[in-house]
Design a protein around this ligand. Structure first.
Ligand code: ARG
Length: 268
């Protein structure tokens, strides 16, 4: 009897030690799989916004489908824009999904997944405007989200150090500034601007597109340079584009049908 009890105690102790060894391997979950943390800036509906403490939107659904297809465990956190960029760079984050445009400059520091969405900058301003093209906003107070392609577009238009450009930390802050009259126009991504104008009819906003002044952009999932997950993520992206999952997600958040062929052949 005594030996049996001792044995039970010893086995019990061993399993405690064994279990805690598993748990203490910090990023591993019980399944032994790593949980990859992705960051975002969740004031960018319909791509990402907060519903309670959950990030929801096209990017959230897309990331979920891609990670499931790739067989990777992940969590999606509203880190804010700059912390996301810093975190993916220093690899404290496994990636970012935030309507992030694939640019040559960013490619020097990061890797991107295959492109998953087409976008372009647009000008948001108050209804009744005389603005017809990007040229017309020279001399006006321009709001942008700091460090975005809208920021670059504004700099290209009115000069890198122009005091006419006001920079905000989130996408939502730019639209607030426009509504408060702190700025006269906002340069931002068309999908987000369209969604905002439609959902805030009382703001009396309108959009001016200018395909000659703004470049075609493509969103990709942001990854650390040399990410070991890029291949699996790209393969999963291709699979969900070809098996109808992408289209299903797209139609939950947008009208019309996506041009999957154009996305698959895009080389941003
Ligand atoms: N597409 C733009 C860029 O990559 C803006 C993205 C902003 N995203 C956000 N979640 N606030 O620079």
């Amino acid at each position: 009897m005594k030996t049996v009890k001792k044995l039970m105690l010893v086995t019990g102790l061993f399993s405690v030690i064994f279990l805690s060894a598993c748990v203490s391997n910090n990023e591993s979950s019980g399944s032994g799989k790593e949980t990859l943390t992705f960051g975002t800036e969740a004031t960018f509906a319909p791509f990402e916004s907060m519903e309670g403490d959950k990030v929801v939107g096209f990017d959230a659904d897309l990331l979920d489908a891609v990670m499931k297809e790739a067989g990777l465990d992940y969590e999606f956190k509203n880190t804010g824009w700059d912390p996301m960029l810093v975190g993916v760079k220093d690899e404290s984050l496994a990636g970012g999904a935030a309507g992030i445009t694939i640019t040559d400059e960013r490619k020097e520091t990061y890797d991107f997944s295959a492109p998953y969405f087409e976008a372009m900058q647009t000008i948001a301003t108050t209804e009744g405007t005389d603005i017809q093209s990007a040229e017309d906003i020279k001399g006006m107070k321009i709001g942008v989200q700091n460090g975005t392609t809208g920021d670059s577009a504004a700099q290209q238009l009115v000069g890198e150090n122009s005091t006419d450009i006001s920079k905000y930390e989130s996408s939502a802050a730019t639209m607030m500034a426009l509504q408060n009259g702190d700025v006269e126009v906002v340069i931002t991504d068309n999908g987000v601007a369209q969604h905002y104008v439609k959902n805030n009819p009382d703001a009396n906003l309108t959009l001016i597109d200018d395909k000659d002044s703004f470049e075609q952009e493509y969103y990709g999932i942001l990854l650390p340079k040399g990410s070991e997950h890029k291949e699996a993520i790209d393969e999963a992206m291709q699979t969900i584009m070809e098996n109808g999952t992408y289209e299903e997600i797209y139609s939950e958040w947008f009208e019309g049908t996506p041009d999957i062929e154009a996305l698959e052949s895009a080389q941003p």
